[in-house]
Ligand binder design. Structure first.
Ligand code: AGP
Length: 608
């Protein structure tokens, strides 16, 4: 998704703006630009591709000025060209935008018929053109800003410079996040607190409908009706985390190896390791009383939710209705207002997930958010927040957030089982003891499987298609493995319920398509072995991911077998995530793709 930064500074800003954009690269983008005001004139530099290209232009033609805005663009309307890159200029107005102006075509036609000449194919340009036209009609800057906001509809985070006012940035938010950073004689604006971390940790988040007039020493925030409002000033934790790769080649590699540590942070928030009990869930969501639970999320977060469904239903006997967020609210699911709903989101800003949350809220459900970003919109709009404490996840492909989401969902499912009387104390203690073992087991696995994984990755890198199979909670994990591989190596991959193989996918089996089977020695193991035999009988090549018991029980001739420690069912999805993540990672590294910022992908998808 696009990234926005702005500085109303007391010293030159262009280099600091580009540095702040670098902290937003993880969001995904395909062009970038910066604009400043110097001696009463707007100036800009823009470039296609990565920030290094924009830095090159700035080296050739530096930008002066102590006030500026900058942007990384993830193309929605118009190709990722320099011409379509932000900031967009029109008659002394510069605009950067994250989101989609849904009525841009109507506005563009209206403005063009009044003589406006458009330079780009973007929706954003209508914002600059509208502001310029209102200024030509004699409106002041604030009046023009307010009038523009009354005309546009859709999702936007905006930053605006007016050439005739070198002391103010105007900003507006409706959907994609926007934060104001409070400095010493300087003010900052950014899409998230990570971008602002080098400047300040004192942050004010705008809420939907807000717009702001940001000066060097003052901020005035208005609601959509133009009433002055106040928003809380909070201390962001983003600055506390070192946002760098350490001694890893990629953020994704670092985040895979951080999992033992961050899992213990997550569990520590939900588990009493002394008594081996989960902490009861207090507050508005009472698992003892809810008749059912809805879960909605996107991508990897959805797959975590799918595993959570198995746990809530098995351990708490709690029926779960789950769907990907882009489908959830259109199915008109008969939701009971007595029910609760969980929304899982690493960024806490995914537009589809937020829309599903609002749909459930309208239907009277109690809302819980399982999020990594406590300052996010999804967290703010929930009745209960369940933080996953994974620390900032920069790699676009989610890894540590996924396993921390699972750890939290496992804790909540056990708490729900206790609250509903479906889980005895001994059973709970045994499961919590297994959860407590996870950090140590994860470290052991990460230190032992790397060589075999790297060897296997070279084989996978030659393939065009890969099939992942699993049963029970290994089925959503098979889908997660396929998602990881396809999103960073661009190899087509599918995750399937192993039992479904004979209902179609078996037609695909041949020696060119490896079949990765995720099979801990659990109650499904023998049936999964039968599926593997069906594959082997047709010349398929199998990569088996199992545990010591499974390896000992398998006589099948597999292409390779990755052996993990024997683990209890409740922790298997987290432990078996590790080889799945590493396989995708090393295959992508071997193929030379952009592991941390895969093509076309964004870390936080803030448009529907
Ligand atoms: C995961 O590897 C992907 N990057 C993507 O599917 C992601 O999980 C999805 O976009 C949801 O993001 P969220 O957790 O921030 O809501």
């Amino acid at each position: 998704m696009c990234g926005i930064v702005g500085i109303v500074g007391s010293q030159p800003v262009s280099e600091r703006l580009v540095d702040a954009l670098k902290r937003l690269e993880y969001r995904g983008y395909d062009s970038a630009g910066v604009a400043t005001i110097k001696d009463g004139e707007l100036h800009r530099r823009r470039a296609e591709g990565k920030l290094v290209n924009l830095e090159g232009k700035l080296r050739e033609e530096p930008l002066a000025g102590t006030i500026g805005i900058a942007h990384t663009r993830w193309a929605t309307h118009g190709a990722p060209t320099e011409r379509n890159a932000h900031p967009h200029f029109t008659d002394g107005v510069a605009v950067v935008h994250n989101g989609i102006i849904e009525n841009f075509a109507e506005l563009k036609a209206e403005l063009a018929s009044a003589g406006a000449e458009f330079q780009t194919e973007t929706d954003t340009e209508v914002v600059a053109q509208l502001l310029a036209s209102f200024r030509r009609e004699g409106m002041g800057r604030r009046e023009a800003m307010h009038a523009m906001l009354k005309r546009v509809s859709g999702a936007y985070a905006l930053a605006v410079l007016f050439e005739d006012d070198p002391s103010t940035i105007m900003a507006a938010r409706n959907g994609p996040p926007l934060a104001i950073g409070h400095g010493e004689g300087e003010m900052f604006l950014g899409s998230d607190a990570i971008a602002l971390a080098p400047f300040t940790n004192e942050i004010t988040y705008l809420v939907d409908g807000d717009w702001a007039v940001i000066g060097r020493a003052s901020v005035h925030i208005f609601d959509i009706d133009g009433n002055l409002v106040t928003r809380p000033r909070q201390i962001s934790m983003a600055a506390a985390y070192m946002i760098d790769k350490g001694n890893h080649r990629h953020f994704m590699e670092k985040e895979i190896h951080e999992q033992p540590e961050v899992i213990s942070h997550a569990l520590g928030h939900y588990v009493n390791f002394i008594e081996n009990r989960v902490l009861p869930v207090s507050g508005v969501i009472d698992f003892a009383k809810v008749p059912s639970l809805a879960i909605s999320a996107c991508g990897t977060a959805y797959l975590a939710g799918l595993i959570g469904k198995y746990w809530f239903e098995r351990y708490a006997r709690l029926p779960v209705e789950i769907d990907v967020a882009s489908e959830f609210r259109y199915r008109e699911i008969p939701l009971s207002p007595q029910s609760a709903a969980l929304f899982i989101s690493q960024s806490g800003e995914t537009a589809d997930t937020l829309a599903s949350l609002r749909y459930c809220k309208e239907h009277g459900l109690k809302i819980g958010a399982v999020v990594n970003t406590r300052e996010s919109t999804i967290a703010r709009e929930s009745d209960a927040v369940f933080p996953i404490l994974a620390g900032p996840e920069i790699g676009v492909a989610s890894t540590k957030a996924f396993t921390c989401q699972l750890a939290v969902l496992a804790s909540l499912a056990i708490a729900a089982g206790r609250a509903r009387g479906t889980l005895g104390e001994e059973e709970e203690q045994a499961m919590v003891k297994s959860l407590a073992e996870m950090p140590r087991l994860m470290s052991r696995v990460l230190n032992s499987i790397q060589p075999k994984i790297e060897f296997l990755s070279r084989e996978l890198a030659k393939c065009r298609d890969v099939l992942y199979l699993g049963r029970g909670t290994s089925f959503p994990l098979a889908m997660e493995g396929a998602l990881k591989l396809k999103e960073i190596s661009y190899i087509h991959a599918e995750g399937y319920a192993a039992g479904e193989l004979k209902h179609g996918p078996i037609a695909l089996i041949d020696e060119n398509m490896p079949v990765i089977v995720i099979a801990p020695h659990d109650r499904f193991f023998d049936k999964t072995v039968s599926n593997m035999q069906e594959v082997a009988a047709r010349g398929g090549r199998i990569i088996l991911i199992t545990d010591e018991k499974g390896a000992a029980a398998t006589t099948l001739d597999t292409m390779h077998t990755i052996v993990l420690p024997n683990v209890d069912e409740i922790v298997a999805p987290m432990i078996f995530s590790l080889p799945v993540q590493l396989l995708a990672y090393h295959t992508a590294v071997f193929m030379g793709t952009d592991v941390d910022q895969p093509r076309n992908l964004a870390k936080s998808v803030t448009v529907e």
